[in-house]
Design a protein around this ligand. Structure first.
Ligand SMILES: [Zn+2]
Length: 225
């Protein structure tokens, strides 16, 4: 199984490299780490998703499927350990299992939305994305409906740390940051709306004053607040 993942992955990495601007002048990048743990055999759509996540050059480990009762589960999830920007690698803190599809949208948004915005607006690449987590067997706050966190389909983003040491947090900088910091947060919020099915930030309600909730994949329409 590991060999099959690796072969898939190598193809995925080469495909990804071939579309990077100016990449033909660079030495091939080593494939990102991927470990198949245990007897996970993901063919079909699930395997295709892992391949796409590999194309985003994410470092990740597929996790075993788990039904956790009470409407909570981890199906087709991965553990993300690192992401690649155009020029460098950055980390993501405090993240548990995330469904492969949401992880793939997240890797794309982190690279093409957040990292590029950090360099263009704030002059420094991303070093770290801080989160309040992903999987959590709970309801939507104030309701009796299961949250997307209960199926590991959502991530709460709390802050961005740049290579120059600057830290931009949703709580501290959405309203009170410098004009560049406020612009950065709005640009990454807007770009998230293009990739995720649901994006909720400080403008939505008081429960989201300190994070951006990103959930699912944008299949042509998104709920963006
Ligand atoms: Zn959330």
């Amino acid at each position: 199984m590991f060999r099959r993942f690796s072969a898939l992955f190598l193809v995925a990495s080469l495909t990804a490299c071939s579309v990077l601007p100016g990449d033909s002048k660079q030495a091939p990048r080593a494939p990102a780490r991927q470990q198949a743990s245990g007897p996970i055999d993901r063919g079909g759509a699930a395997g295709q998703c892992l391949s796409e996540l590999g194309q985003m050059q994410a470092d990740f480990t597929p996790l075993p499927d788990r039904y956790l009762g009470k409407g909570c589960s981890n199906l087709n999830t991965v553990k993300l350990s690192g992401l690649h920007g155009d020029l460098e690698t950055f980390s993501v803190t405090n993240l548990g299992p995330v469904t492969c599809s949401t992880a793939t949208a997240f890797a794309g948004w982190a690279r093409y939305g957040a990292d590029r915005a950090a360099r263009q607006i704030l002059g420094s690449p991303l070093k770290r994305i801080e989160t309040f987590g992903s999987y959590n067997c709970r309801n939507v706050a104030g309701s009796n409906r299961r949250s997307a966190h209960a199926t590991a389909d959502a991530i709460d983003i709390s802050a961005f740390v740049l290579a120059n040491g600057q830290r931009i947090s949703v709580l501290g900088d959405w309203s009170k940051g410098s004009s560049a910091e406020r612009r950065f947060l709005r640009v990454v919020h807007e770009s998230a709306c293009k990739r995720f099915a649901t994006v909720l930030g400080p403008e939505y309600n008081a429960a989201h004053l300190d994070h951006l909730h990103i959930e699912g994949t944008n299949e042509g329409k998104s709920y963006c607040r």
